[in-house]
Design a protein around this ligand. Structure first.
Ligand code: FAD
Ligand code: EPU
Length: 336
């Protein structure tokens, strides 16, 4: 029997499962060579970065392409901005720290999001009023069929809330190898979202790229479980977007329901954490899996839980939110 590879340390849920094979990708040339090699197995492939947005529900019968491409450089600069190019295997938070240190504004609100730079465009990561698309310039990717390199600009990536072309038409077809971001020399600080202003007032720090980054880190550490301590993948579901009529009808019944306007005037985004908490799931534990006591949108593995148990729990939550509010929750995490 072929020797398999454990994925337990390669996914932040800490799910104990196996893959048939794993290859670390350190460079574009190595990736091209692999794609074009005659000996390449015609088995399924899965690109993995930090494994912080995936749930393994079974062993992966195929090859994991683990992104280890490194390097950050400033590729151009003008009066107002820098363009920074990062290899896809860099840690996203390390890239944020590099930009904070060099006074490059734009991604400080995205501090401490786990995972790699290459996965950031896949779901257009976002937090505290900023999304990747706000600073995105372009990306490079390798076609996993032909080995050809492509460059995509923002409009071609079809960025939307926790979505992009890489979750749709190009899913699994390309490996992103580098991402270019345009960062500002004259940043416009975004502090209105959530608790950032409150946190800055508390610390007494003057507003700056660094103080915002520090404030976001403190808020996140206080709210979200650290995967090193409790297995999780951040928000398990997206915040659902619903029509204004449905929103008004629900608000009349549930006056404290939390929701935010969207870019469309006839739509509201409802806080899924509120919906799930209202259905009584917050803090509930079932064996080794459960719903986090501080954030109902985060499902957790206390250790030894299986992906199937997490998925089953998520389905019970989907059903109860549908029964209570008539709202369909969509999973943010990629189910494998
Ligand atoms: P992985 O989990 O390894 O992969 C995710 C998906 O992208 C998979 O489908 C994979 O095949 C694909 N993929 C990965 N790399 C590439 C590549 N180079 N080319 C093509 N496809 C690729 N997300 C947010 O948006 N905002 C948050 O605030 C946030 N907070 C989080 C907090 C915690 C505690 C955790 C655990 C997660 C959080 N997340 C958040 C989710 C997660 O961090 C992001 O989705 C992150 O971008 C995933 O990166 P990764 O490298 O771990 O991706
Ligand atoms: N809420 C509850 N109960 C809960 C959790 C939340 O009632 O258990 C309500 C509260 O009123 C709270 C509101 O929901 O004010 C929003 O909660 P929070 O600020 O924690 O944000 P979120 O909507 O739950 C989203 C993103 C996070 C991102 C934060 C900060 C999604 C799916 N999630 O969470 O992203 O970090 O905002 O911007 O959009 C992720 O994608 O993995 C992720 C963690």
């Amino acid at each position: 029997m072929e020797k398999t590879v454990s994925l337990q340390l390669l996914n932040t849920f800490g799910i104990d499962c196996q893959a048939t094979n794993l290859i670390e990708i350190h460079s574009e040339d190595q990736l091209k060579e692999y794609v074009l090699s005659a000996s390449r197995k015609k088995s399924p492939e899965l690109i993995l970065g930090g494994g912080s947005n995936v749930l393994f529900t079974q062993d992966f019968q195929g090859t994991i392409l683990l992104n280890k491409m490194r390097g950050i450089e400033v590729v151009s600069e003008d009066h107002d901005s820098f363009v920074v190019k990062s290899a896809a295997g860099e840690s996203w938070h390390e890239l944020v720290l590099f930009c904070v240190e060099h006074h490059m504004g734009g991604i400080e609100n995205l501090s401490l999001i786990p995972g790699t730079v290459g996965a950031a465009p896949v779901q257009n990561i976002g937090a505290y009023g900023v999304e990747l698309k706000d600073v995105f310039e372009s990306l490079e990717a390798i076609d996993l069929c032909s080995g050809e390199k492509i460059q995509l600009h923002a409009a071609q990536c079809h960025f939307a809330y926790r979505n992009s072309i890489f979750k749709n038409a190009l899913k699994g077809k390309y490996m992103i190898t580098a991402v270019c971001l345009r960062l500002s020399k004259k940043p416009v600080f975004k502090t209105s979202y959530g608790a950032i202003e409150e946190e800055l007032n508390k610390s007494g720090d003057a507003i700056s790229i660094k103080s915002i980054s520090d404030a976001v880190c403190r808020i996140r550490r206080s709210k979200l479980p650290d995967p090193a301590e409790i297995g999780n993948a951040g928000s398990f579901f997206k915040n659902p977007e619903i029509g204004m009529e449905q929103y008004q009808a629900l608000l009349a019944k549930y006056t404290d329901m939390v929701a935010y306007p969207t870019s469309l005037s006839n739509q509201m985004k409802v806080a899924a954490g509120w919906l799930i908490e209202h259905c009584g799931w917050k803090g509930k534990r079932f064996g080794q899996v459960g719903v986090h006591p501080k954030q109902a949108l985060v499902l957790v593995n206390y250790g030894g839980g299986t992906g199937k148990e997490v998925l089953d729990l998520s389905q019970r939550i989907v059903d109860s939110v549908m029964d209570t509010f008539g709202i369909l929750l969509e999973r943010e995490v990629q189910i494998l």
